[in-house]
Ligand binder design. Structure first.
Ligand code: FO1
Length: 311
């Protein structure tokens, strides 16, 4: 069901990871067709089994198509791992669990990229094939890899850190390698936006890769920018964020730490009810933990209504 009540016509949502995908799903459900553009992190992308893998673009795609694994958040609900089992028998790399149907996505994306198609065009083609109407753009067409600089001195590629080493090396810094050029359509979308939503994603490894691209921060200046906190009562719903806040800022994980990270960018922030303390921008407390699709639409509606109250 869509709410015609919303006055925003050009909403841009910055997203990465599972929390971001879920709010995008809610926004897609409540906004009129054509009103939403998603700019998705590609800093997690990497080559594995000689395939080009874009985990956040795929998590968003499967979530918007209603195909994502409901608990895990990544990969497909209806999946098998028989190819992975054969790779295991051959002694190949199995630390990154690629399912049989998920493999089709990586095979097809790799084939189109190797044929010279830009990642934006490949993304549009994959999403359209799964019946997704929302415009979803990669943050950049060329690779820009997120690097984790660990306190033990190692520089780790993102998936090596997150999955192979289970996010156990303490993070000293996060850096980025590769293009600094945003996808043209992504930058244009931000410039034209009447609302920008920063989804409840990991600020360091899902949103900063986008903000660090040429022209993005300046395009956000003067826009209404509303973030949704990915930290709820001091905890992350999913992933390594809580420990990263402590190791990168020396502060305990909190919604206030999230607002402080986006200092200077935010018009306001939406947090879990009870997490308003210490937040130095206009703040709205609500229920931010999304259950299934109805909860995602409820949060999306709540964020849009709060954003309307700001103007
Ligand atoms: N995350 C894991 O913790 N273990 C995995 O084996 C794994 C496989 C995987 C396959 C495809 C895909 O699109 C995502 C996958 N993820 C896995 C999640 C992924 O590492 C993260 O979701 C993103 O990179 C950060 O949100």
């Amino acid at each position: 069901m869509r709410d015609r009540a919303c006055r925003f016509e050009r909403v841009v949502a910055l997203a990465g990871g599972i929390g971001g995908a879920r709010l995008l799903d809610g926004l897609a459900a409540v906004l009129p067709p054509g009103a939403l553009t998603a700019v998705v992190n590609t800093g997690d992308d990497f080559e594995h089994w000689d395939l080009r893998i874009s985990p956040d673009l795929d998590t968003v795609m499967y979530t918007l198509a209603g195909l994502a694994h409901p608990e895990r958040g990544w990969g497909l609900a209806d999946e098998s791992f028989r190819a992975l089992a054969m790779i295991e028998r051959y002694g190949g790399d199995t630390w990154f669990q690629l399912g049989d149907r998920d493999l089709a996505t990586h095979l097809w994306r790799t084939q189109l990229l190797r044929a010279g198609m830009r990642l934006s065009a490949v993304t549009e083609r994959l999403y359209r094939a799964l019946g997704i109407e929302v415009r979803v753009l990669p943050m950049a067409d060329l690779p820009r890899r997120t690097i984790i600089e660990a306190t033990d001195g190692r520089r780790l590629a993102f998936q090596d850190w997150l999955v192979r080493e289970r996010a156990s090396p303490t993070v000293r810094a996060v850096s980025f390698e590769g293009t600094s050029e945003p996808a043209p359509a992504a930058l244009e979308a931000v410039h034209a936006a009447d609302l920008v939503i920063i989804c409840p994603s990991n600020p360091y490894v899902s949103i900063d890769p986008i903000l660090g691209l040429d022209g993005v921060r300046s395009a956000l200046r003067g826009r209404t920018v509303v973030a949704v906190s990915p930290i709820v009562h001091g905890q992350a719903i999913k992933g390594p964020l809580a420990g990263m806040i402590t190791s990168l800022t020396g502060r305990p994980p909190s919604a206030a730490a999230i607002a402080a990270h986006y200092r200077g960018l935010l018009s306001a922030i939406v947090v879990e009810r009870g997490d308003e303390a210490g937040v130095e921008v206009p703040v709205h407390g609500t229920a931010t933990v999304m259950g299934g699709r109805p909860g995602r639409a409820d949060l999306a509606r709540d964020v849009l209504r709060f954003a309307e109250s700001l103007a």
